[in-house]
Design a protein around this ligand. Structure first.
Ligand code: IMP
Ligand code: MG
Length: 174
Protein backbone atom coordinates (compact mmCIF):
# COMPACT_ATOMS: atom_id res chain seq x y z
CA UNK A 1 0.00 0.00 0.00
CA UNK A 2 1.42 3.38 -1.05
CA UNK A 3 1.12 6.55 1.04
CA UNK A 4 0.11 9.70 -0.82
CA UNK A 5 0.69 13.10 0.86
CA UNK A 6 0.12 15.38 -2.15
CA UNK A 7 -3.01 17.09 -0.84
CA UNK A 8 -2.22 20.24 1.13
CA UNK A 9 -4.93 21.00 3.72
CA UNK A 10 -3.28 23.98 5.46
CA UNK A 11 -0.60 26.12 3.83
CA UNK A 12 2.46 27.52 5.58
CA UNK A 13 0.95 31.02 5.27
CA UNK A 14 -2.24 29.88 7.01
CA UNK A 15 -0.15 28.37 9.82
CA UNK A 16 1.71 31.69 10.25
CA UNK A 17 -1.61 33.56 10.45
CA UNK A 18 -2.87 31.06 13.03
CA UNK A 19 0.30 31.57 15.12
CA UNK A 20 -0.13 35.35 15.04
CA UNK A 21 -3.79 35.11 16.09
CA UNK A 22 -3.30 32.56 18.90
CA UNK A 23 -0.21 34.28 20.36
CA UNK A 24 -2.10 37.59 20.40
CA UNK A 25 -4.94 35.92 22.37
CA UNK A 26 -2.47 34.39 24.86
CA UNK A 27 -0.53 37.66 25.26
CA UNK A 28 -3.80 39.51 25.88
CA UNK A 29 -5.11 36.98 28.43
CA UNK A 30 -1.93 36.59 30.51
CA UNK A 31 -1.01 40.27 30.22
CA UNK A 32 2.66 39.91 31.23
CA UNK A 33 2.14 37.20 33.88
CA UNK A 34 4.95 34.57 33.86
CA UNK A 35 4.00 31.33 32.13
CA UNK A 36 5.25 27.74 32.09
CA UNK A 37 4.74 26.35 28.59
CA UNK A 38 4.52 22.55 28.49
CA UNK A 39 5.05 21.25 24.95
CA UNK A 40 3.87 17.70 24.32
CA UNK A 41 6.50 15.64 22.49
CA UNK A 42 7.04 14.77 19.83
CA UNK A 43 4.33 16.30 17.66
CA UNK A 44 4.17 19.74 19.28
CA UNK A 45 7.88 20.60 19.13
CA UNK A 46 7.62 22.85 16.06
CA UNK A 47 4.38 24.52 17.18
CA UNK A 48 5.83 25.12 20.67
CA UNK A 49 8.98 26.72 19.21
CA UNK A 50 7.01 28.96 16.81
CA UNK A 51 4.49 29.95 19.49
CA UNK A 52 6.92 30.93 22.27
CA UNK A 53 8.82 33.27 19.90
CA UNK A 54 5.60 35.30 19.71
CA UNK A 55 4.89 35.41 23.48
CA UNK A 56 5.82 38.55 25.38
CA UNK A 57 5.59 37.45 29.06
CA UNK A 58 8.48 35.73 30.92
CA UNK A 59 8.30 32.12 29.70
CA UNK A 60 9.78 28.84 30.93
CA UNK A 61 9.59 26.04 28.38
CA UNK A 62 9.39 22.42 29.42
CA UNK A 63 8.39 19.23 27.61
CA UNK A 64 6.52 16.05 28.42
CA UNK A 65 6.08 12.89 26.43
CA UNK A 66 2.92 10.94 27.18
CA UNK A 67 0.56 8.44 25.64
CA UNK A 68 -2.82 7.10 26.67
CA UNK A 69 -4.07 3.56 26.54
CA UNK A 70 -7.38 1.97 27.39
CA UNK A 71 -6.99 -0.90 29.87
CA UNK A 72 -9.24 -3.88 30.47
CA UNK A 73 -10.90 -2.33 33.53
CA UNK A 74 -10.48 1.39 32.86
CA UNK A 75 -11.54 4.09 30.43
CA UNK A 76 -7.98 5.33 30.08
CA UNK A 77 -4.52 5.41 31.62
CA UNK A 78 -1.71 7.86 31.09
CA UNK A 79 1.79 6.61 30.38
CA UNK A 80 4.45 9.24 31.09
CA UNK A 81 7.52 8.54 28.93
CA UNK A 82 9.23 11.82 29.81
CA UNK A 83 8.19 13.96 32.75
CA UNK A 84 8.65 17.68 33.39
CA UNK A 85 11.96 19.07 34.66
CA UNK A 86 10.25 21.91 36.57
CA UNK A 87 7.90 21.95 39.55
CA UNK A 88 4.65 23.59 38.37
CA UNK A 89 3.16 24.19 41.84
CA UNK A 90 1.56 27.66 41.98
CA UNK A 91 2.62 28.37 38.36
CA UNK A 92 0.47 29.40 35.44
CA UNK A 93 0.76 26.47 33.04
CA UNK A 94 -0.12 26.26 29.35
CA UNK A 95 -0.13 22.81 27.73
CA UNK A 96 0.81 23.03 24.05
CA UNK A 97 -0.37 20.11 21.91
CA UNK A 98 -0.17 19.39 18.18
CA UNK A 99 -3.65 17.96 17.67
CA UNK A 100 -6.61 16.88 19.78
CA UNK A 101 -8.38 13.85 18.40
CA UNK A 102 -10.43 11.71 20.82
CA UNK A 103 -9.31 13.98 23.68
CA UNK A 104 -8.28 11.01 25.85
CA UNK A 105 -4.61 11.97 26.17
CA UNK A 106 -5.25 15.56 27.18
CA UNK A 107 -8.08 14.74 29.60
CA UNK A 108 -5.74 12.37 31.45
CA UNK A 109 -2.78 14.74 31.26
CA UNK A 110 -4.88 17.61 32.59
CA UNK A 111 -5.90 15.49 35.58
CA UNK A 112 -2.26 14.52 36.19
CA UNK A 113 -0.99 18.11 36.04
CA UNK A 114 -3.83 19.50 38.18
CA UNK A 115 -2.75 17.07 40.93
CA UNK A 116 0.59 18.95 41.09
CA UNK A 117 -1.08 22.18 42.26
CA UNK A 118 -0.59 24.72 39.44
CA UNK A 119 -2.19 28.13 39.88
CA UNK A 120 -3.86 27.77 36.49
CA UNK A 121 -3.86 25.21 33.70
CA UNK A 122 -4.93 25.84 30.12
CA UNK A 123 -4.67 24.00 26.82
CA UNK A 124 -3.49 25.33 23.48
CA UNK A 125 -3.63 23.14 20.38
CA UNK A 126 -2.48 23.81 16.82
CA UNK A 127 -5.20 21.61 15.33
CA UNK A 128 -8.47 20.19 16.59
CA UNK A 129 -10.57 17.29 15.28
CA UNK A 130 -13.72 17.77 17.41
CA UNK A 131 -15.75 15.24 15.38
CA UNK A 132 -13.80 12.37 17.01
CA UNK A 133 -14.05 13.53 20.64
CA UNK A 134 -15.09 10.93 23.25
CA UNK A 135 -15.30 13.43 26.14
CA UNK A 136 -16.13 17.10 26.75
CA UNK A 137 -12.56 18.38 26.39
CA UNK A 138 -12.39 21.83 24.78
CA UNK A 139 -9.06 23.62 24.18
CA UNK A 140 -8.72 27.14 25.60
CA UNK A 141 -6.82 28.16 22.46
CA UNK A 142 -7.49 26.37 19.17
CA UNK A 143 -5.46 27.04 16.04
CA UNK A 144 -7.37 25.43 13.19
CA UNK A 145 -10.34 23.03 13.28
CA UNK A 146 -9.91 20.22 10.79
CA UNK A 147 -12.22 17.55 9.32
CA UNK A 148 -11.96 13.87 10.22
CA UNK A 149 -8.82 13.19 8.18
CA UNK A 150 -5.39 11.93 9.18
CA UNK A 151 -2.93 14.78 8.71
CA UNK A 152 0.87 15.05 8.69
CA UNK A 153 3.42 17.86 8.60
CA UNK A 154 4.27 20.79 10.86
CA UNK A 155 5.44 18.30 13.51
CA UNK A 156 2.69 15.70 12.99
CA UNK A 157 3.75 12.26 11.84
CA UNK A 158 2.68 8.98 10.37
CA UNK A 159 4.88 6.29 12.00
CA UNK A 160 7.54 8.93 12.71
CA UNK A 161 7.70 10.34 9.17
CA UNK A 162 6.64 13.62 7.49
CA UNK A 163 7.10 15.90 10.54
CA UNK A 164 9.38 18.16 8.47
CA UNK A 165 6.74 19.41 5.99
CA UNK A 166 6.22 23.15 6.55
CA UNK A 167 2.53 22.76 5.62
CA UNK A 168 -0.15 20.26 6.67
CA UNK A 169 -1.20 17.49 4.30
CA UNK A 170 -3.88 14.81 4.20
CA UNK A 171 -2.71 11.18 4.19
CA UNK A 172 -4.24 8.94 1.53
CA UNK A 173 -3.51 5.23 1.48
CA UNK A 174 -3.65 3.91 -2.09
P1 IMP B 1 -6.14 11.72 21.45
O1 IMP B 1 -6.70 13.12 21.47
O2 IMP B 1 -5.90 11.15 22.80
O3 IMP B 1 -6.98 10.81 20.60
O4 IMP B 1 -4.73 11.67 20.78
C1 IMP B 1 -4.13 12.74 20.23
C2 IMP B 1 -2.79 12.29 19.69
O5 IMP B 1 -2.95 11.37 18.59
C3 IMP B 1 -2.08 13.50 19.13
O6 IMP B 1 -1.26 14.10 20.09
C4 IMP B 1 -1.31 12.91 17.98
O7 IMP B 1 -0.06 12.44 18.43
C5 IMP B 1 -2.13 11.73 17.51
N1 IMP B 1 -2.97 12.11 16.35
C6 IMP B 1 -4.32 12.21 16.32
N2 IMP B 1 -4.75 12.56 15.10
C7 IMP B 1 -3.65 12.69 14.33
C8 IMP B 1 -3.45 13.06 12.95
O8 IMP B 1 -4.37 13.34 12.16
N3 IMP B 1 -2.17 13.10 12.52
C9 IMP B 1 -1.10 12.79 13.33
N4 IMP B 1 -1.24 12.46 14.64
C10 IMP B 1 -2.51 12.40 15.12
MG1 MG C 1 0.89 13.97 20.24
Amino acid sequence: MAINTDQVLITHDEIEQMLDRISAEINRDYNGTPLVVVGILTGAFIFTADLIKRLNMPVIVDFMQVSSYVGEFSTGNLKIKKDLSYDIKDKNVLIVEDIIDTGRTLALLKEQLWSRGPKSLKICTAFDKPSRRVNDLVPDYNGITIPDEFIVGYGLDLDGEYRNFDDVRIVRKE
